[in-house]
Design a protein around this ligand. Structure first.
Ligand code: UN1
Length: 508
C-alpha cells in the first residue's frame, strides 16, 4: 500500500493479514481536505484476543534469540524508513495534517529511535555490582517481561510507535499494537515493514481500531506491560486499571500545560522565536507544546508586541506546501475543544490575537472541508484561579502571564498546574537558568530554546499528571524488563553479608 489505501486494510496477527472478527470498517481522512484516504477494518475484542494469543505463543522462541539477532529485524526497518523518507513524510502530513517538514521529521525521529534500540543490542545490559563478601560475584541482569501492549497517538504516528516497540522487541518481548484511529494508514505501513522484515510470526501484531480495542488490550491478563502515550484522561484510566493488577505494569505518557519563562534578563529575539515555535508548531498539537508564556514585567510590553505581531502573521495553510507554518487541527473533536477553550479565554482573559475563524481567503483552494483554526493569544492574571490557564487545550492557544519579582516567583507560576511535562526558560543569566533547571517541576527542561523537539537519546516524560515517563526512548527498558539480582558464591564456604552468622548450631 503506497499512495492510497485501496480496500479495507486488515489487521496483522500471528504473521498474517486478517480481516478479523467483524466486517465493520472505519475511514481515515485527510484533516486538510476532508478527503478519504482509505478504509480499515475496525478491531474487536475477539481480534485483540487472537493477537494476544499469537504474542503469548511467540514469546518463548523470541526471547531465546540473542539481542543482536533480534535487532537485525529492526535494522531492516531502519533502512526502509530512511529509503522511504520523502514518501512516508508525505503520508504523515496527509493523515495527521502536520506540515511537510514535520511529517518528515516524524519519520526521522522514528529511525533515530530504531537506530538507538538496535544499536543498544550490542551495549551492556546490566551492572556488575560489588559484594561485601570477597568470594561473591553480584550482578544485575535483565530479562523481558513478556507480552507488551502498545497504544499510540496520532500526533507522532510513525515516531511514537517506534518509541514503544523498537526497544520492547529488542529486549525480547512480543507486541500487540493498536495505532491511533486517526492515523491507521501510518499504522498499516509500519505493519507492512515488520512483515517485509520477516519478523517471526506472532512477535509483532497490529489491531486497528478505537478505544474499545485499546481497552481489550489493557484489561487482558496476558499483557505484562501496557505502554500508552496519549491524553491524560485515557492514560489515568489505564494507570488505575493496571495499578489494581499485581504483576502488571503501565507506563503512561500524557500531555502537559507547558510554559516558557521569559525573565527580565532574556534576549528577546530568542524569547520570541522560542515561544512562537513552542506554541504554534504542529498547530499546538504536541504534548510538549507551550500554552503559557510567563514574562517579566520589565520586558513584557516589548515581548507582547513582538509575539502578537508574529501570531497575527504566521502562515496557516496547506500542510503539503513548503510555505506553510501551521497545518490544520486533526479532526472535528479537536476543533470543538479549541473553540471551547478560546471562548473560555474570552471570558477569563483579555484577547490579543483571535484567528479562531480564518477568513475564506486564508483557506487554500480545495481545502474548504479542512479543520482550520489560526493562533489565539490572550493575557491572563497568573494569580487568578482560572481553568483556561491550567487545563490542556492541545491547539494554538496561548496565555501571556505577566510577573514581577525574581525567577523563583516565575517558577512558582510555572509550576502552578497539575501537569509537568516540558518547560523552558529564556535568560542570559546562568543563575536563573540553573534555578529553573533544578527547581521547575518538569521532565524536559530547556534553556534558551523552544520546549519542543527532544532528541530520542534523552529520557522523555513528565512529572505530576503528565505521567511516569517510561513509554519512550531509553526509559522503555525499565517498563519492559525485569531485573534479576544474581549473586554467585565462588568459595566453598557460605558467608553472609551484613555480619549475619552462617553458623548452624545444633542441640549437641
Ligand atoms: C509529543 O508531543 O507527543 O520533543 C511527542 C518533541 C518530539 C516528541 C513530541 N521529539 O517535540
Amino acid at each position: 500500500m503506497s499512495q492510497q489505501v485501496e480496500e479495507p486494510a486488515r489487521h496483522y496477527v500471528g504473521g498474517e493479514w486478517t480481516g478479523g472478527a467483524s466486517e465493520a470498517t472505519f475511514e481515515s481522512t485527510n484533516p486538510a481536505t476532508g478527503e478519504t484516504l482509505g478504509a480499515f477494518r475496525r478491531g474487536t475484542e475477539a481480534d485483540v484476543d487472537r493477537a494476544l494469543d499469537a504474542a503469548a505463543g511467540a514469546f518463548a522462541d523470541w526471547r531465546a534469540l540473542s539481542y543482536v539477532d533480534r535487532a537485525e529485524y529492526l535494522w531492516d526497518i531502519y533502512h526502509e524508513l530512511r529509503d522511504r523518507h520523502d514518501e512516508l513524510g508525505e503520508v504523515v502530513t496527509k493523515e495527521c495534517g502536520k506540515e511537510l517538514s514535520e511529517g518528515k521529521a516524524d519519520v526521522t525521529e522514528a529511525w533515530h529511535m530504531v537506530e538507538w534500540a538496535a544499536g543498544n543490542a550490542r551495549h551492556p545490559h546490566g551492572d556488575v555490582v560489588p559484594s561485601e563478601i570477597p568470594g561473591k560475584d553480584a550482578a544485575m541482569r535483565r530479562k523481558p517481561r513478556g507480552v507488551v501492549g502498545c497504544i499510540t497517538p496520532w500526533n507522532f504516528p510513525v515516531a511514537i510507535p517506534f518509541w514503544h516497540m523498537a526497544v520492547t522487541l529488542v529486549e525480547g518481548n512480543t507486541v500487540v499494537w493498536k495505532p491511533a484511529e486517526q492515523t491507521p494508514w501510518c499504522g498499516q505501513i509500519i505493519a507492512e515493514m515488520f512483515a517485509d522484515a520477516g519478523i517471526p510470526e506472532g512477535v509483532f501484531n497490529m489491531v486497528q481500531g478505537y478505544g474499545d480495542a485499546g481497552a481489550a488490550i489493557v484489561d487482558d491478563d496476558r499483557v505484562d506491560t501496557v505502554l500508552f502515550t496519549g491524553s491524560a484522561e485515557v492514560g489515568h484510566g489505564i494507570a488505575d486499571t493496571v495499578g489494581g493488577e499485581p504483576g502488571k505494569l503501565a507506563a503512561c505518557e500524557m500531555g502537559g500545560k507547558n510554559g516558557i519563562v521569559v525573565t527580565g534578563e532574556a534576549d528577546l529575539d530568542t524569547a520570541v522565536h522560542s515561544a512562537v515555535m513552542s506554541s504554534f508548531k504542529t498547530t499546538g498539537q504536541r504534548c510538549v507544546s507551550a500554552e503559557r508564556l510567563i514574562v517579566h514585567e520589565d520586558v513584557y510590553d516589548e515581548f507582547k508586541a513582538r509575539f502578537v505581531e508574529i501570531a497575527e502573521e504566521v502562515a496557516v495553510g496547506d500542510p503539503l506546501s513548503t510555505d506553510t507554518f501551521m497545518g490544520p487541527l486533526v479532526d472535528d473533536e479537536q476543533i470543538e475543544k479549541v473553540r471551547k477553550y478560546n471562548e473560555l479565554a474570552r471570558e477569563e482573559g483579555e484577547v490579543l490575537v483571535d484567528r479562531t475563524d480564518l477568513p475564506p481567503e486564508e483557506i487554500p483552494a480545495g481545502h474548504e472541508a479542512g479543520h482550520w483554526v489560526g493562533p489565539f493569544v490572550y493575557e491572563a492574571d497568573p494569580e487568578a484561579d482560572l481553568r483556561v490557564t491550567r487545563e490542556e487545550v492541545f491547539g494554538p492557544h496561548v496565555a501571556l502571564l505577566r510577573y514581577s519579582g525574581d525567577v523563583e516567583r516565575a517558577i512558582e507560576i510555572h509550576d502552578d498546574t497539575d501537569y509537568g511535562l516540558a518547560g523552558a526558560i529564556i535568560s542570559e543569566d546562568y543563575r536563573q537558568l540553573h534555578r529553573f533547571r533544578d527547581d521547575a517541576e518538569v521532565g524536559l527542561a530547556y534553556g534558551n530554546l523552544p520546549c519542543i523537539g527532544a532528541e530520542v537519546q534523552l529520557p522523555f516524560g513528565g512529572v505530576k499528571k503528565s505521567g511516569n515517563g517510561y513509554p519512550s526512548a531509553r526509559e522503555v527498558i525499565e517498563a519492559v524488563t525485569e531485573r534479576t539480582a544474581w549473586t554467585l558464591n565462588n568459595s566453598r564456604e557460605i558467608q553472609m553479608a551484613q555480619g549475619l552468622s552462617a553458623d548452624v548450631t545444633t542441640r549437641e
